[in-house]
Design a protein around this ligand. Sequence first.
Ligand code: SF4
Length: 703
Amino acid sequence: AAASSTPAGATETHCPYCSLQCGISLTRKPAGGIRPIVLEPLDFPTNRGGLCAKGFTAAELLDHKERLLTPLVRTVDGDRTSPLRPASWAEALARIVAAVTHSQQTHGPDAVGIFGGGGLTNEKAYALGKFARVALRTAMIDYNGRFCMSSAATAGNRAFGIDRGLPFPLADIAEAAAVLLVGGNPADTMPPAMQYFDEGRAKGARHIVVDPRLTNTAAGAGLHLALRPGTDLALANGLLHIAIRENLVDIDYIAARTTNFAAVKAAVAAYWPDRVERITGVAVADLEQTVRTLAAAPSAMILTARGAEQHSKGTDTTHAWINLALALGLPGKWASGYGTITGQGNGQGGREHGQKADQLPGYRRLDDPAARAHVAGVWGIHPDELPAPGKSAFEMLDRLGTDGGVRTLLVFASNVIVSAPDANRVRRRLQALDTLVVSDIFLSETAQLADVVLPTAQWAEEEGTMTNVEGRVIRRRRAVVPPKSVLTDLQVMRRLADALGRGRFFSDEPAQVFDELRRASAGGLADYAGITYERIEAEQGVFWPCPTADHPGTPRLFADRFATADGRARFFPVHHRKPVESPDRSYPYTLTTGRLLTQYQSGTQTRRLGGTMVPDPTVQLHPDLARRLSIENADMVELRTRRGAAVFRADVTTAIRADTVFTPFHWGGASNANVLTDPALDPLSKMPEFKVCAVDVVRVGDP
Ligand code: SF4
C-alpha cells in the first residue's frame, strides 16, 4: 500500500498484531456506512506505508458480531457442564474473588495463578506482574511469550548481558551487505518488513535463508539451506568450524570484545563439514559458500526466529548462532550483528515488565535482592512481601489442579488450548482446575472452558504503549470508545484488587501506570525512565534504554561495550543433540509447525474475519512422500504423534523436505496442530519443542 498522511479526524495508532507494529490511522465514519471504521496505513518508520492482509482487516475486530459484550458465568456455579450465561460485572467479579479466596485459604497463596499474553500493552504487562505479587500475593505468573522466543532471550542475556530482539533499527537490514536468516519467514509473518530485505538485495546484498521449507522468504534469497528440522545448532557449529579453518574469524574483535572463544573453538573442532552435512542435510559446498559470503561482506547480520528457537535446545541453538556472529566480529558494528525477530505484538515489552515468573520490571531478576528492594519501594511494599520466582508457562499449566499446583487460574489475552504444546494434556489440566477465568474479546477455545469469562476492551479502544521488534517503544492510541459493557484489563485488575483489599496499590489509568512503570524500570536493563507518551509521539517512538528525559534513546546497542560486567560478549560452547523425538517405525516422519500469511498466532481474532482470510487447515507434503502414502493433493490427511491426532487437507508441494511435513498452528478443534507437538522443555528458557517431533501421516478421505 502507498504511504498516506493522517486523514482528517483520524487517530494515529498501530496494528493490533505482530511485533512490527505497523503505523495505521483509524477513522470512525458516520453510522450506516459500509465501513464504519476506516483503517489506512501510515508512513511510520517500521512499515513505511505498508500493511499486510492481517493489518488491513484489523478494524473488523472492533465491530465484530462475535465480540463479547457481557461477562459470562456458568449457570450452575462450579459445574462446568452447565451452559455459560450472561452476568453482571458485580456477579462475575464476586465469583472470581470467592474462588481466589477459597483456593488460597485452602491451598496457600500459590494456588492462584495468572497466565498473561505477549499482546498486552506494556502498561498491562506491568500491572499484571504487580497484580499477581501485590494483590494476589502469588508467585504463579507467566505468559505465552515463554512459547515464543524465550530461548533467544536467554541466550541474548547469556551472551550480551541484555535481551533486545533487534539491537538495531529495522532499517539497518537494508544496509547490510549480507544477511543470514535462520528459521524466519517475514514474507508471510510480517510482509512490510520485507521492504528492508528487498532494498538490501537491490543494492547487491547477499541473502541466505535457513529453513526446512522453501518459504516465500527463502524463495527470494540467493541461497536456501533446507536443513533437517532440529539440526540448526550443528549447522551453526559447522559454519564456525569452517570459518576458523579458513582463517575467516575476526581475531582482533575476538581479542578486544569477547571472552571464552578458546572453549568454543575447541567445541566446534568436531563439527567437520562432511559430518555436519550428514547431520543437517546441507551440502558442504553450501556451508562453505555461506561462511565465505558472511566473512567477505563489509557488513553482515545473522537473524534468528522461531524456527531456530522453538526447540528443547533453543537457548544453546541460538547461542551457536551468536557464537558465529561474534567470531565474525559482527555485533556492535555498523549494519551488522545478531538479532532475533520477535513475533507477538508486544513480545519484547511483554517480557520486560514483570509478567514472567522470574522477573521484575526493568528486566530485573526476581531473585536479586537489590532488584526486589527497588521495585518494592516503587510499589510501596516491603521486599519480603514479594514472592520467590514461580513456575514457567508450561510447568505451571502442567500442574494445574494438582497438589501444590494452581487451583484458580486467571488467563489474560491468551488461548492456551491452541497455543501451548501437547494441547490435549493442557485441556485436561484446565479441566482439573477448581476455577478458570478468561479475559478476552472473543469466546476463544480456552474461554469456552472457563467458569467466568470477562469481556474486555480491545486494541483501538484503550491507550497504552507497545515495544516492537526493534526495542522501539510506540504508542497505541484510543481511536474508538469501547462498548459500555466491557472493561479494560487495567479496570478488571483494579476492581479485583479493590475487592481483595489491595486496591490502593493500583491505578486503572494507562498514563499513571506508565509513569509508575518508568520509575520501576529506572536503573534496570530495560530502562524506560526517560520515555513519555509525549516523546513517543514527537519522535515516532523511543528506543530503550532511555534513562533520562534528555537521553536520546538507544537505537543501536553494543557499539562500544556489551551489557556484561566486563563489557565483553561471552562465547559459550554448545553441542548438537538430537531432538527429543526422532522418526521411528511407528512415527516415521518429522513434523514442524509454523504460521500463515493471513493468520495470527492462535487465530482467535483472524479466524473470525472470514472469506479468503481463512484458508483450510493444510499440511505440506513432498510429492515423493505423498506418492509413497497414496495421498493426492487436497486429500484429507491425519497426522498422528504420541500425544494426539489432527486432520488437515494435503498440500502436495516441493517446497518441503521429503522427510518432513509442515502445518500451521492457527486452528483449534480437529485441526489443532498443538495436540501433536512435544512439550519437552529447554532446561534454561523453558521453551517447548514446538518445531520438531516424530509423526505418522495417514490418508483418511477424499477431498
Ligand atoms: Fe504490520 Fe504485523 Fe500488522 Fe501485518 S500483522 S500489518 S506486518 S503489524
